[in-house]
Design a protein around this ligand. Structure first.
Ligand code: ADP
Length: 176
């Protein structure tokens, strides 16, 4: 992972989130929780088949209709270096409707779970900015607002925003 910027609480980095060695990584999952493309597929491949099994159990026990957009569910990380995976479902981008609160909720709820579990290191991918089509600069503004709003109240937590390319990290830093 390459660090582009950091302060005491927030790190803006470029790299593969499946290699993040901390308490948890966030997965940009889909409603089904049963895996998909992009970062979701990469996380399932790296975590091994136990992750899919754990997600199936979550569906059966807690989310029979799938995980709603903006909500979170947690599983172990299995073969990942990270101990846990916090699964969240980002909104699909739409020009006709402002879905920024839904995207903000993915980050807020993930931070809440991390705080409840006393995690000290958490990494996020750029939720919704791949297959779900959210413009990277609009997402950056939303994410930086949530971090500004919530990180001061979560003193034990260090958050890494893990972008998949240098260009994506730079977009964040320009629009944050
Ligand atoms: P969504 O469906 O929420 O848009 P995607 O997985 O398609 O999710 O993309 C979300 C972001 O994750 C994109 O910016 C994509 O480049 C990035 N990404 C894909 N694979 C990885 C990975 N292994 N580590 C970190 N980020 C990744």
């Amino acid at each position: 992972m390459k660090i582009h910027w950091q302060n005491e609480r927030l790190i803006v980095a470029e790299g593969d989130i499946t290699r993040f060695d901390g308490d948890a990584i966030v997965n940009a999952a889909n409603k089904s929780l049963l895996g998909g493309g992009g970062v979701d597929g990469a996380i399932h491949r790296a975590a091994g088949p136990e992750l899919l099994e754990a997600c199936r159990e979550l569906r059966a026990r807690e989310w029979p209709d799938g995980l709603p957009v903006g909500e979170v569910a947690i599983t172990p990380g299995f073969r990942l270096p990270a101990a846990y995976v916090i699964h969240t479902v980002g909104p699909v981008y739409a020009k006709s409707e402002d879905r920024s609160e839904l995207l903000a909720n993915c980050y807020r709820n993930s931070l809440r779970v991390a705080a409840e579990r006393h995690f000290s290191r958490l990494a996020f991918p750029a939720i919704s900015t791949g297959i779900y089509g959210y413009p990277a600069d609009a997402a950056a503004g939303i994410v930086s607002d949530v971090m500004r709003e919530l990180l001061p109240a979560l003193p034990g937590l260090e958050v890494t925003l893990m972008f998949f390319s240098a260009a994506d990290a730079e977009v964040y830093l320009r629009h944050a």
